[in-house]
Write a protein that binds this ligand. Structure first.
Ligand SMILES: [Zn+2]
Length: 213
């Protein structure tokens, strides 16, 4: 569920102040707001006095549990003031932990952005990976492979696919390598998986990636 706050802000063009509602917490299942972030227009206001676009200096949080994304978006002007944004982050995180309890994974590392460009790019990359994943799932099904759903935050941090095909009934290292080999042999454009396979084979000590909850 998303929440709004009423804030007072000042227009840089005409110097008049005005009050307006802005989003303080955005749930990732709200498609309209998610698209506004991708357009880098979330919380963009229009000055009621002169009509100029105003981006208020108001921090907000984006939370998408399924993708394990918890992002703090601070005003760009805060980027040089570490004490200010860290205090805000710690306070908001504590509030979220008490409200959500165990629904907020204890090891979920918040992402910090100044301005929404970085989060917009993250969401675009996530959508791109989802499209690729659909193609992978089609081939995996066709080949009779099983699929391991990996923890999204683990996969995102390493820039590897969050779903990995494997041959057989248990996702062991050998089963993953066998499944990945079959997949990339069937479609050589699934480069995210062929790159993961190459690195995984090379790293003899790499275990099985952590499964999604
Ligand atoms: Zn104005």
């Amino acid at each position: 569920m998303s929440f709004q706050d009423e804030i007072e802000t000042r227009c840089a063009a005409c110097a008049e102040s005005f009050e307006a509602p802005v989003w303080s917490l955005i749930a990732g299942d709200d498609e309209t707001l998610r698209n506004q972030i991708k357009a880098r227009e979330c919380n963009l206001l229009l000055c009621p006095h002169c009509g100029e676009a105003v981006m208020p200096d108001s921090p907000w949080i984006y939370y998408e549990p399924a993708a394990e994304i918890l992002a703090f978006v601070f005003p760009e002007s805060w980027s040089g003031d570490g004490a200010r944004w860290r205090e805000r982050l710690d306070g908001d995180l504590a509030k979220m932990r008490s409200a959500l309890g165990e629904r907020l994974p204890a090891d979920l590392e918040p992402e910090v952005f100044f301005g929404q460009e970085g989060l917009g790019a993250l969401l675009e990359a996530q959508d791109w990976r989802a499209d690729e994943r659909d193609v992978m799932a089609y081939y995996a099904k066709d080949l009779g492979l099983s699929v391991l759903k990996v923890r999204p935050s683990w996969a995102r941090a390493r820039r590897v696919p969050s779903e990995l095909p494997f041959r057989g009934s248990a996702p062991t290292r050998e089963a993953l390598i066998a499944g990945l080999r079959e997949l990339v042999a069937a479609n050589d454009r699934l480069t995210a998986w062929s790159e993961f396979l190459a690195a995984y084979e090379k790293d003899a000590g790499a275990g099985v990636p952590p499964a999604a909850r």
